[in-house]
Design a protein. Structure first.
Length: 286
């Protein structure tokens, strides 16, 4: 007689191969988050890109958390999955605070330097520490992490050497649909100035002032243009009315009294009547 399975039996721990795959994927998430984080425009234009990145960093751990919990994954491993969301929140805190305290811009610039190399380096160190602590499959996991970190490091250094970080930011966030605050990333002024967002706080403050000035000029020009068009629309009926009245004017003035011919005939008739009356009076006297 077979032994019935106990429904209250706890689930099996996370398999070693599955955990190894999740370690490798988490390393990819760390590197991708660091690259995208370093390209975010400063606030306020960067609020929508930041929101999208923050949602993405929450979706991944939230989707995996039931699997990690049901298979009794280590608490440290669960916490590491929320590290990208935490660093994204730190970016928002620094980016919003530097508008009031500009010296915080140096910390933000250091955090996002070379595709956020400081954050990614710390994240990989913590992940390596976890792999060494749990003992399970140490060598394969460390080899995978090294194979992942070396290409990332080469890419991060190349972005600073060849100055491609701003080009990557322009490709990712260029477009009018990101522009919910009226200032678009990668903006260039009408005078040809480079107003792209800079990682240096002093330069970024100066460019921010220029962008605000250019935006003010644009809004002023739009207001003047709308006022001119409104004035033109208001004056159009008056012009049409005057033109219609002038087109209905006769070619010559109408006469104020009877025509000259009628006046002459009337005088001749009166003169004839007077002569007839005198002739009749003389005939009566005779």
């Amino acid at each position: 007689m077979g032994v019935a399975k106990n429904k209250n039996t706890p689930p099996m721990p996370l398999k070693h191969f599955t955990e190894t795959v999740l370690v490798f994927v988490l390393g990819i998430v760390f590197a991708a988050t660091g690259i995208v984080l370093s390209t975010l425009p400063h606030l306020p234009p960067g609020i929508l890109p930041w929101l999208l990145l923050f949602i993405a960093t929450l979706i991944y751990p939230a989707a995996l958390y039931p699997l990690l919990k049901n298979n009794r994954a280590d608490y440290e491993f669960r916490a590491l999955h929320f590290l990208p969301a935490a660093i994204t929140l730190l970016w928002l805190l620094l980016a919003s605070s530097m508008l009031r305290f500009p010296f915080l811009g140096r910390i933000l610039a250091a955090l996002t330097y070379a595709c956020s190399l400081p954050f990614v380096l710390v994240s990989f160190v913590l992940l390596v520490w976890f792999c060494l602590r749990v003992i399970r499959r140490r060598v394969p996991r460390l080899v995978l992490l090294v194979c992942l970190f070396v290409p990332y490091l080469a890419f991060a250094i190349s972005t600073k050497v060849y100055k491609t970080d701003e080009k990557i930011a322009a490709v990712l966030w260029h477009g009018s649909w990101w522009n919910i605050t009226g200032v678009a990333p990668g903006l260039e002024s009408s005078s040809g100035k480079n107003l792209a967002f800079s990682s240096f706080p002093e330069e970024e403050q100066w460019r921010q002032k220029i962008r605000q000035f250019e935006m003010g000029l644009t809004q002023t020009g739009s207001a003047v243009s709308s006022t001119s068009s409104a004035s033109s629309r208001a004056s159009a009926p008056l012009i049409l009315s005057s033109s219609s009245s002038s087109s209905s004017k006769p070619s010559r003035l109408p006469s104020a009294g009877p025509e000259t011919d009628a006046l002459v005939l009337t005088l001749v008739g009166l003169y004839g009547g007077v002569l007839h009356h005198r002739a009749k009076k003389r005939a009566m006297q005779v």
